[in-house]
Ligand binder design. Structure first.
Ligand code: SAM
Length: 266
């Protein structure tokens, strides 16, 4: 893809940018990621020029590729523990086969010959010293272990390496919403100015300091369609309601409600 084609595709939120390496996100999520990238370039372009990106949980590099081919992105930090299987708030272990940094870098080389701006750290943010990230970061993406505890730990790590004004995004917010709620509470307790919202489908964005991505026209248009995020998240979690209504759990719940009288409105 030439630089001009990339600029056109990025501004058109064209998903061909993600074609070379599969990314574990829906098409709406990918469009939201591109819209944030456009807005970050605009905002950072007004002051520093180029931006730096950090990602926790990279797998094959699918969500790195739009930043790798972006000449306005000057550094990419990828932190990934690459465990054989990872705990998950949905109640099961998630397995990633053949998951290695070497494999990711090989795939990224298929996107751009020069991958020297990609710096990798194998590990978990709960064990990594933040000063190993040698750049101050404008945009972080949290997509590692999908537990509340890990999401909150990743968020605090991101806060440490983020510039005074920047943004931190969470993927799969319908899964790690407990960790996201803890993160927002933490910001409020620390008196750190922030604004938070979700973009379709499940990309949760936290603007820190003065970093008004939401004023970008593409993001504003997505926010005006926030029913998409709301319904996607509820429908994705609907399996738990169906489970809770199924025999014998449904029968037990209905019985308890009857005994306690919790199903009566006065
Ligand atoms: C959902 S995948 C990332 C997908 C990628 N962002 C994309 O869009 O293509 C999750 C990744 O998180 C990594 N991971 C699992 N536990 C982790 C942890 N505790 N810290 C950092 N990364 C972790 C896994 O090795 C895996 O590569």
């Amino acid at each position: 893809m030439t630089e001009t084609e990339f600029e056109q595709n990025l501004n058109g939120l064209d998903l061909t940018i993600f074609e070379a390496i599969p990314s574990q996100s829906t098409d709406d999520d990918k469009r939201s990621l591109l819209a944030v990238q456009v807005a970050v370039r605009e905002l950072v372009g007004k002051s520093a020029g180029n931006y730096s990106y950090l990602e926790i949980g990279s797998y094959l590099g699918g969500s790195i590729q739009p930043h790798l081919i972006d000449s306005k992105c000057e550094s990419i930090w990828s932190i990934d523990k690459r465990p054989p299987s990872q705990p998950d708030e949905r109640g099961f272990e998630w397995k990633y086969n053949n998951n290695s940094t070497a494999r990711m870098l090989k795939m990224l080389k298929g996107v751009a010959e020069d991958v020297s701006k990609v710096k990798t750290i194998d590990g978990d943010t709960r064990e990594i010293a933040a000063n190993r990230v040698e750049d101050k970061i404008d945009l972080c993406f949290i997509d590692g272990e999908h537990t509340d505890e890990a999401a909150f730990a990743d968020f605090k790590f991101c806060l440490t390496v983020l510039k005074e004004n920047g943004a931190i995004m969470f993927h799969d917010s319908q899964i790690t919403y407990g960790g996201i709620a803890d993160s927002l509470k933490y910001l409020t307790e620390k008196g750190i100015s922030h604004r938070a919202y979700v973009l379709p489908n499940v990309l949760f964005v936290v603007e820190i300091g003065d970093f008004p991505l939401h004023q970008d026209e593409k993001i504003a248009a997505m926010l005006a369609e926030n029913h998409k995020s709301y319904l996607y998240a509820l429908q994705d979690n609907d399996r738990y309601r169906r489970f809770a209504n199924r025999f014998p759990f449904g029968t037990m719940r209905r019985l308890l409600l009857k005994i306690r009288g919790g199903n009566v409105s006065d």
